[in-house]
Design a protein around this ligand. Structure first.
Ligand code: HEC
Length: 184
């Protein structure tokens, strides 16, 4: 499981850092901004991107395409992503991320833990419609927190509701994504 290894690697890196700066609790996955950009968004993309449909032009003809996980291994990847979102929700409730936030912070983070359970169930049931539906709920949970705790610096023309939008290319940073989008 890739993600677990990444968490361990992240934890080791922070341990190394903690040696230099022991006064504050060190966030295991960097600042909230780093955790969101490097873990939360990519993990959510795995879930959101697993099921979908699109019309594409092939040789000038519109072709309707639908996709969903096919093998048990692919479904497991979706389930693992759902589980990891819950783990990140738990992590958001630790003092390293929760300190200095309002009383509602933990409730938003708990929302992620709750929806993670439903999301895992949908993947275990190998039910593409349920995955699609719970994917919408995940987006609402992300957005609810962002409206209360918006990023300090949003690229120009970006609203908080754009922040956790599924991106056509999951490697794009928020800034790259909005630049490409606005170029259209
Ligand atoms: C408990 C609150 C909370 C939840 C839940 C939450 N976020 Fe965030 N998110 C934040 C905060 C706070 C920031 C702003 C960080 C900053 O700029 O300091 C942020 C910023 C972001 C960013 C911008 C990162 C950047 O590049 O600047 C992305 C992308 C993001 N979140 C994705 C998500 C996704 C996807 C979810 C849901 C699966 C989610 N977030 C759920 C609190 C939350």
């Amino acid at each position: 499981m890739k993600t677990d290894i990444r968490i361990i690697a992240g934890a080791l890196a922070t341990l190394a850092l903690a040696g230099c700066n022991q006064s504050e609790e060190v966030p295991p996955l960097g600042t909230a901004q780093q955790m969101m950009a490097q873990e939360m968004q990519p993990t959510a993309e795995i879930f959101w991107g697993s099921v979908g449909s699109a019309s594409e032009l092939v040789d000038g003809e519109p072709v309707f395409r639908e996709w969903q996980p096919e093998t048990d291994a692919e479904w497991e990847e979706v389930r693992a992503a759902a589980q990891h979102l819950g783990e990140l929700g738990e992590m958001l409730m630790t003092p390293a991320y929760a300190e200095g936030r309002g009383e509602d912070w933990n409730a938003y983070a708990q929302g992620l833990v709750d929806v993670s359970a439903d999301a895992q169930q949908a993947a275990i049931a190998q039910d593409p419609e349920a995955v699609f539906e719970v994917g919408g709920t995940i987006y609402s949970v992300c957005s609810a927190c962002h409206r209360m705790y918006p990023p300090e610096e949003l690229p120009e023309g970006v609203t908080v509701d754009d922040v956790a939008q599924p991106r056509p290319n999951e490697d794009l940073t928020l800034e790259e994504y909005t630049e490409e989008r606005d170029a259209d």
